[in-house]
Design a protein around this ligand. Structure first.
Ligand SMILES: Nc1nc2c(ncn2[C@@H]2O[C@H](COP(=O)(O)OP(=O)(O)O)[C@@H](O)[C@H]2O)c(=O)[nH]1
Ligand SMILES: [Mg+2]
Length: 338
C-alpha cells in the first residue's frame, strides 16, 4: 500500500481523515495533534479518534516503525539509555518516537527526560519526539491507550520506544504491545533472580545489564542472567535473547544494543513473528480494556475471553479503539438484557 495514498474519507470527520492522511504521508507535525486526539475523553473526539485509528489500521502495512519496549526497575537507567539510543540513532538519520509511561505522576520523569532531549538533540530536531503518559489515571488499564499512541508514532518514526517501569506483571503487559522487549537490569540488584522466580525470563528479547562502567558487579549480573537463560527452555520462535553489557552513561555497548534490536526486528519480519505478535497484541489490548471495564462477568456474557480473541483476530480492518467501543456496546446490551 503506498504511504501517500489518501485514506478513504469514510466516517464522521473530515478532520480525522486529513490527520490520518498526514500521518500516513510521514508528516511529523501531525503527531502531537493525533496523540492529543486519542487522549481526549469527550465523545465527539473519541469518535474522531476511532476514525483516525481505523484508517491507520486499514493502512497497517505502512506502519513500519519498529516498536521497542524498554523496561526494568526504577533507577536501572532506562531514561539514560533512551537518551544514548537517540544520540546513536539520530546521526545515522533514523527517527525516534518515545512514549514514556509514568506510573506515578504526569510531569516528573517524562518532563525531565524531555528536557534532557531538548538539551542533547536540539530543539529543531523533528526526528525525535517524546510523549509522556500518566498511568495513574488509567486504573492499570493502559493497554488500549498505549496501543493507540504506538500506532500513531509508528506511522511516522523509524523506531518507537516505550519506557515502562517494573519487574513482573508490567513486562507481560508491555510485551503484548511491542515488537521487541528490552529488559534493563541494575547490576547486583538481584533482578535476574526475581526474573527467574517470576518465570518470565522468556519475555525479553534482549537483556541489557546497564552501568557496565562500574565493573565486576555488572559482569557478574550478566553472567548470572546468561546462565539463567541457558537453563530456560528454548523459545518457540527460535530467537535466542542476547545479554549485553552497556554503559548508558558512557555510550559503551549502545552500538551492540542497536544491532541486537535490528537483528530481532529482522528475525521478526522473516519468521512472521512480528506480524503474529502484533495480531496477538491487538487481541490482548481489546480483551484487557473490556475486562477492565466490564469485569470477567461481562466477558463471560459474550462467550468469554477466548471467543473475544477470535473475533478480534478476524476484525483486521478495525482499530483496537473501535473494537473496544463496538464490543463494549455489545457487552452492555448483553448485561442489560437488551
Ligand atoms: N554509572 C552509571 N550510572 C548510570 C548509567 N545509566 C544511568 N545511570 C544513573 O542511574 C540513575 C537512574 O537513571 P535513569 O535513567 O533515571 O533510570 P530509570 O529510572 O530506569 O529511567 C541516574 O542517576 C543515572 O545517572 C550508567 O551507564 N552508568
Ligand atoms: Mg526513567
Amino acid at each position: 500500500m503506498p504511504t501517500d495514498a489518501a485514506p478513504a474519507s469514510r466516517g464522521s470527520s473530515g478532520g480525522s481523515s486529513a490527520l490520518a492522511a498526514r500521518l500516513l504521508a510521514g508528516d511529523r507535525a501531525a503527531v502531537p495533534e493525533a496523540l492529543n486526539l486519542v487522549d481526549d475523553t469527550r465523545a465527539p473526539q473519541r469518535e474522531q479518534a476511532r476514525d483516525l485509528l481505523d484508517t491507520l489500521q486499514r493502512n497497517r502495512e505502512s506502519l513500519r516503525g519498529h516498536r521497542v519496549g524498554i523496561t526494568g526497575a526504577p533507577g536501572a537507567g532506562k531514561s539514560t539509555l533512551l537518551d544514548a539510543l537517540v544520540r546513536n540513532l539520530r546521526p545515522r538519520g533514523r527517527s525516534v518516537g518515545i512514549l514514556a509511561i509514568d506510573p506515578s505522576s504526569q510531569r516528573t520523569g517524562g518532563a525531565l527526560l524531555g528536557d534532557r532531549f531538548r538539551v542533547r538533540s536540539g530543539a529543531n530536531d523533528d526526528g525525535v519526539y517524546l510523549r509522556s503518559m500518566a498511568a495513574r489515571d488509567r486504573l492499570g488499564g493502559i493497554a488500549d491507550a498505549t496501543a493507540a499512541s504506538v500506532e500513531i508514532l509508528g506511522a511516522v518514526f523509524d523506531y518507537v520506544f516505550v519506557e515502562t517501569v517494573g519487574v513482573g506483571q508490567s513486562e507481560s503487559e508491555i510485551s503484548h504491545g511491542v515488537d521487541t522487549l528490552v529488559f534493563v537490569a541494575q547490576p547486583g540488584a538481584g533482578d535476574s533472580l526475581q526474573f527467574m522466580k517470576a518465570g518470565i525470563l522468556e519475555l525479553p528479547d534482549v537483556f541489557v545489564v546497564n552501568k557496565a562502567d562500574i565493573g565486576a558487579v555488572a559482569e557478574r549480573t550478566a553472567s548470572e542472567l546468561s546462565s539463567g537463560l541457558g537453563l530456560s527452555t528454548p523459545r518457540a520462535d527460535g530467537w535466542e535473547a542476547p545479554v549485553l553489557l552497556v554503559s548508558a552513561r558512557d555510550g559503551a555497548g549502545v552500538d551492540a544494543l542497536v544491532d541486537a534490536v535490528d537483528a530481532h526486528a529482522q528475525h521478526g519480519l522473516e519468521s512472521g513473528a512480528r506480524e503474529a505478535g502484533r495480531r496477538a497484541g491487538r487481541a490482548h489490548a481489546v480483551c484487557a480494556a473490556l475486562a477492565q471495564r466490564y469485569g470477567a462477568y461481562g466477558l463471560e456474557r459474550v462467550g468469554g475471553r477466548d471467543a473475544l480473541e477470535v473475533r478480534v483476530r478476524e476484525a483486521e480492518e478495525e482499530s483496537v479503539a473501535s473494537l473496544v467501543h463496538r464490543l463494549g456496546q455489545f457487552i452492555e446490551g448483553a448485561l442489560t438484557g437488551r
